[in-house]
Design a binder for this molecule. Structure first.
Ligand SMILES: [Zn+2]
Length: 210
C-alpha cells in the first residue's frame, strides 16, 4: 500500500508512521530522514538540500522531489511505502502524480493548533543524551535535569512558541490545501489525534482498513 501521512508539525505523524510501518511492514519515508541519509552518504542532492536548511530556508520542491524519486526507486519500496512530511505543498503533490507514483490512501492526523502549541512548547530535551521530557505529561524527576544522565534539559529552538507559531502558519498556508487536493480524489481519511497516543494509533489502524 502506498500511503501519505498528512498533519501539522507536532500532530504526531512520525509516531503514527512508525505504527503503520510495523503493521504493514513497509518503510516510513520522511523527508527529514532521507535528507539526513543523503547527507551522511555525501550525495550531491544531500549537500544541495543542506545548503538550504543551513540558511533556515525550506528545501525547494525540485530538490526534495529528486530526493524522493531516488528513495522510492529502492527495493524496499516495492510493496509500498509511507510518505511522512511529503508532499508538503500542492505543487509537490502534482509532481508526485506526474512521476506516476500511485497513492492508495492519504491519512490526515488532525490536532488543533492550541494542543500542538501545548505539546511542543512543553517539551524538554536533554542536551547530553537526547532524552525527551514534557513539563506536563512526562516531567523529569528534578526540574531541568535529565533522569538518565543528570544533563541539562532545555527547550529546543524548534519548540519555542514563536517558532511553533511560524511553523503552524506555514503549514496552514502551504500544506493544508493538500487535504482538498486528496479529498477530491476520494483518498483522504481524517484521523482525529487523541490525548493518548494509543487511542490515535487505534484510529489510524482502523483508517487503514477503511
Ligand atoms: Zn540525559
Amino acid at each position: 500500500m502506498n500511503l501519505i501521512l498528512l498533519g501539522a508539525p507536532g500532530a504526531g505523524k512520525g509516531t503514527q508512521a512508525e505504527v503503520i510501518c510495523d503493521h504493514l511492514n513497509i518503510p516510513a519515508i520522511s523527508t527529514g530522514n532521507i535528507i539526513r541519509e543523503a547527507l551522511k552518504n555525501g550525495t550531491e542532492l544531500g549537500l544541495k538540500a543542506k545548503s538550504y536548511m543551513d540558511s533556515g530556508a525550506l528545501v525547494p520542491d525540485e530538490v526534495v522531489i529528486d530526493i524522493i524519486k531516488e528513495r522510492l526507486s529502492k527495493d524496499d519500496c516495492q510493496n509500498g511505502f509511507i510518505l511522512d512530511g511529503f508532499p508538503r505543498t500542492v505543487p509537490q503533490a502534482e509532481a508526485l502524480d506526474a512521476m506516476g507514483v500511485k497513492i492508495d490512501k492519504v491519512i490526515d492526523i488532525e490536532v488543533a493548533d492550541e494542543k500542538i502549541m501545548k505539546r511542543l512548547s512543553g517539551r524538554r530535551v536533554c542536551q547530553e543524551c537526547g532524552a525527551s521530557y514534557h513539563i506536563d505529561y512526562k516531567p523529569s524527576k528534578v526540574e531541568g535535569k535529565c533522569d538518565k544522565c543528570n544533563g541539562e534539559t532545555v527547550l529546543r529552538k524548534d519548540d519555542h512558541p514563536d517558532t511553533i507559531k511560524e511553523r503552524l502558519e506555514v503549514y496552514h498556508e502551504q500544506t493544508e490545501p493538500l487535504k482538498d487536493y486528496y479529498a477530491k480524489t476520494g483518498k483522504l481519511t481524517i484521523v482525529e489525534g487523541q490525548e493518548e497516543v494509543k487511542d490515535t494509533t487505534a484510529l489510524t489502524l482502523k483508517a487503514l482498513e477503511a
